[in-house]
Design a protein around this ligand. Structure first.
Ligand code: ADP
Ligand code: MG
Length: 262
């Protein structure tokens, strides 16, 4: 196992001093920091002391086998009602996200693009983007979004539910950018898409990367995610088992076989 293996803290022995948030990049606290998250679905204890940092502009791949707790971790961070976060701290740009409900977390810059993409029936592409911008703080102007997503521009009058899977994924990402996003959370953006569409989404994510959008990407297609990412965190049974450079995971067959089944 890697010498960089993350040491997970025990419940009750939590050091919540700000020292815990200092990164190896100097004295600045991390832009985003999840610290000792413990989350439950009712009695089911799922996220078991997850900690990691993300620097501003960085892309982090959050990986692990099916059922490892990736979605649950993203949902904990975005403060959805389930799973319930019982313990831990979440900081984004100096804001205590852990003390917020999902609506406030979204206002403070957390955008979760869920696996099912949450396309709203009855609305056109244009109306879906308008709805995303109905309340402050808004992000990209619609024209800028259409420049980056020409397919969406072509289909702006089309009902969003009639879009292809790839286009729906583009719309889900575009809706997030229409808000004032500080941390983009992508849950399996390539799920169910044909390889040619995956390439198109990859290009969009690369352009997002060039724009310096801080992003956490969860993907079963670990190699594709790792190629896009600076760093990787691997979860296994609700715990962090690796935290290091994305390239290190690409280079380490044992690690991939043990935790990623690739
Ligand atoms: N709504 C839920 N209620 C109870 N258990 C759940 C629920 N959602 C997920 N789980 C359980 O939590 C664990 C982690 O799931 P999840 O976070 O979806 O994993 P991943 O996204 O890594 O595949 C799994 O054992 C799963 O069965
Ligand atoms: Mg999942």
């Amino acid at each position: 196992m890697s010498e960089k293996e993350h040491v997970v803290g025990d419940i009750g022995a939590v050091d919540i001093s700000r020292k815990s948030h200092i990164t190896s990049m100097g004295n600045a606290p991390a832009y985003f920091s999840a610290w000792d998250l413990h989350s439950y679905y009712g009695e089911s204890y799922i996220v078991q002391g997850v900690s990691f940092d993300v620097r501003e502009g960085e892309i982090l791949a959050l990986l692990g086998r099916n059922g490892a707790g990736k979605t649950s971790t993203l949902r904990s961070i975005s403060r959805t009602d389930t799973p319930q976060l019982h313990h831990g701290e979440i900081w984004l740009d100096h804001q205590p996200i852990h003390s917020m409900k999902s609506f406030r977390a979204a206002q403070n810059g957390i955008a979760l693009v869920q696996e099912d993409r949450r396309i709203i029936p009855g609305l056109s592409v244009e109306q879906s983007l308008e709805l995303a911008q109905i309340a402050e703080p808004v992000g990209w102007a619609r024209e800028r979004i259409y420049e980056h997503f020409p397919r969406l521009a072509e289909r702006r009058k089309q009902e969003a539910v009639t879009l292809s899977g790839g286009e729906q994924q583009m719309l889900a990402v575009a809706r997030a950018l229409a808000r004032d996003v500080k941390l983009l959370l992508l849950d399996e953006p390539y799920e169910g898409l044909a390889p040619v569409i995956v390439q198109e989404i990859e290009r969009i994510l690369e352009s997002i990367r060039e724009l310096g959008m801080t992003t956490i990407i969860v993907e079963q297609n670990a190699v594709a995610a790792l190629k896009l990412s600076d760093r990787a965190v691997i979860l296994d049974m609700g715990k962090v088992v690796f935290d290091g450079a994305a390239q290190e995971v690409l280079d380490n067959n044992e690690l991939r076989e043990e935790y990623l089944a690739i």
